[in-house]
Design a protein. Structure first.
Length: 115
């Protein structure tokens, strides 16, 4: 796996686990899950340290952090919209599209090297 693509993969995994952790916390807050589920959320966050450690083998922390933040924002937003039925404004939708485009621009060199 190419370095840039590998770091994007790790950022995606980190974003998905983070979104799941936030989803659990939201459901506990809404009293739809028992408070014991907070332990699952904590374990997910502990595991995220190891994911970051693996990703830093491929790219500088600054690049990884940008990818992680962008992908995380997209995943958490999708979780809110599709699972929690939250509604987005047009400005928020445009921001998400721009975040997705940013990820492609950051990884463009690595994407082109795949072909």
């Amino acid at each position: 796996m190419k370095d840039g693509i590998a770091s994007t993969f790790y950022a995606l995994i980190l974003a998905i686990t983070g979104a799941y952790s936030l989803f659990i916390l939201k459901k506990v807050n809404q009293k739809e899950l028992s408070i014991n589920w907070i332990a699952v959320s904590v374990l997910i966050n502990i595991a995220s340290v190891f994911i970051v450690f693996m990703a830093l083998k491929y790219v500088p922390i600054t690049v990884f952090n940008i990818k992680w933040n962008l992908i995380s924002n997209i995943i958490v937003t999708m979780t809110g919209v599709f699972l929690l039925k939250e509604v987005l404004s047009i400005n928020e939708i445009i921001g998400i599209v721009l975040a997705f485009i940013s990820i492609i621009i950051i990884d463009m060199e690595h994407i082109l090297n795949l072909f």
